[in-house]
Ligand binder design. Structure first.
Ligand SMILES: [Mg+2]
Ligand SMILES: [Zn+2]
Length: 162
């Protein structure tokens, strides 16, 4: 089985200070430490998977195409650095609009990845800046690390044991 790092997107990979929804590629600011931390985690043998709530789709603030564009641009920027995020899973729903089973703190998107990539949750981690991220990870037995929004991602490395 493989081991993985599950990453929240906004507030962890992308700087979301002062803006709740990020849906324009020009607004992508990669947080400090992200590139180095993801390289090191890759070298430690972890798969990288993004798990993101994108309730702005349900609220019609932006579209799924906007979300896909953000993910394509992230892929492009990470590829230059030799970083490969296996998949970008996101929930486009919002409980204000329609209930769903995939929005964090529900763990279904994580479960999908566990099955698809044959990941052992006992050797895997969730990194998020919100209680929802941590609650989702705990439900499937991941070790969970809560950071402050937009905290330097290198700070998590001492907490990741292999
Ligand atoms: Mg977040
Ligand atoms: Zn959903």
């Amino acid at each position: 089985m493989q081991k993985a790092i599950f990453l929240d997107r906004d507030g962890v990979l992308i700087n979301d200070a002062g803006r709740y929804y990020i849906y324009k590629t020009d607004d992508i600011i990669i947080n400090n430490g992200v590139i180095d931390a993801l390289k090191r985690l890759t070298n430690m043998g972890f798969l990288l998977v993004v798990i993101s709530n994108q309730g702005g789709v349900a609220k019609q603030i932006y579209t799924k195409e906007d979300v896909e564009k953000i993910h394509s641009e992230l892929k492009r920027q990470f590829k230059i650095e030799g970083i490969d995020i296996k998949e970008y899973y996101y929930c486009p729903h919002h409980s204000d609009v329609e209930k769903c089973l995939c929005r964090k703190p529900e763990p279904i998107l994580i479960e999908k990845a566990l099955a698809r990539f044959n990941i052992d949750p006992n050797k895997s981690f969730m990194i998020g800046d919100n209680k929802r991220d941590i609650d989702a990870g705990k439900k499937v037995g991941l070790s969970c690390i809560k950071i402050k929004p937009n905290q330097n991602l290198l700070d998590v490395l001492p907490h990741i044991n292999t």
